[in-house]
Design a protein around this ligand. Structure first.
Ligand SMILES: C[S@@+](CC[C@H](N)C(=O)[O-])C[C@H]1O[C@@H](n2cnc3c(N)ncnc32)[C@H](O)[C@@H]1O
Length: 241
């Protein structure tokens, strides 16, 4: 997502009570950073926060953590959240935002953090084979998420991209996730629990259907784990990509 420079972005985030500037310091202790102990749902690459805002409004009994690498988009997310909650007459008390590279997510979330649900919405499809390992649903990343995703927890994924959707199916299966739901056209499916994101609105206007799936993580003890290839061991087909 290319954005114009926003000189107000960093000062506004710095003054925001629900923006976490040093997320590494909360590793293993995220539950204490929220105002109430309740389930945690994590959005990876939350962008301008439209999805996060709608979900946080609809589920006050859930704590949300929104992560994006770009402070400039998070600053827009902050404005969207604050404006909507002001309209509702509610403080933003079930959301935390942080700017971080998901590649290093294991440095901010640990097995103690027990996330109940992960959302990945319209991540970059990285179409070239040599870039597939950069996809947020690639096994290289899934094994990291499994460290903090609670057994029985779910990954909700949507995309406009057919190839990425097919490949993600395979990646999830290879890593021991179990498919719980899928549709090739979310808006015609009758499934109403996944509000639109900024990119989803854009692709929908272009007539591109949203592909959507829910994959459940049974947990390592339920035989769900397929450990990543160790040195000297052949990687799976997906990891080879
Ligand atoms: C294509 S946009 C989608 C935004 C939003 N989820 C939506 O559906 O409208 C992808 C978002 O992921 C973020 N992103 C990409 N790679 C990332 C990474 N390694 N760590 C954190 N955020 C990342 C980008 O900054 C961008 O905001």
């Amino acid at each position: 997502m290319r954005m114009r420079r926003k000189p107000w972005a960093r000062p506004e985030l710095a003054a925001c009570p629900y923006f976490i500037d040093e997320p590494q310091t909360l590793r293993g202790r995220w539950a204490q950073a929220f105002s109430r102990p309740q389930p945690v749902w994590l959005e990876l690459g939350c962008g301008k926060g439209s999805f996060l805002t709608q979900m946080a409004e609809a589920f006050p009994g859930v704590n949300f953590l929104g992560i994006d690498i770009k402070s400039e988009v998070l600053a827009v997310a902050r404005r969207t959240l604050s404006a909507r909650f002001e309209e509702l007459g509610r403080p933003v008390d079930n959301v935390l935002l942080t700017a971080y590279d998901i590649e290093r997510i294991d440095q901010i979330l640990s097995p103690q953090d027990q996330v109940d649900r992960i959302f990945i919405n319209f991540c970059n499809p990285w179409p070239k084979a040599r870039d597939h390992k950069k996809r947020l649903t690639h096994p290289r990343w899934l094994v990291k998420y499994q460290q903090f995703l609670r057994p029985g927890g779910e990954l909700w994924f949507k995309t406009d991209d057919d190839d990425l959707f097919l490949a993600s199916h395979r990646y999830l299966g290879e890593c021991g996730f179990v498919l719980a739901y899928e549709t090739r056209d979310l808006h015609r499916s009758g499934f109403s629990q996944s509000p639109p994101t900024e990119h989803e609105r854009m692709f929908t206007q272009e007539g591109i259907p949203t592909k959507f799936l829910i994959a459940r993580w049974p947990g390592k003890d339920a035989g769900g784990s397929r450990p990543p290839a160790r040195a000297g061991e052949a990687p799976s087909p997906a990891e080879r990509e």
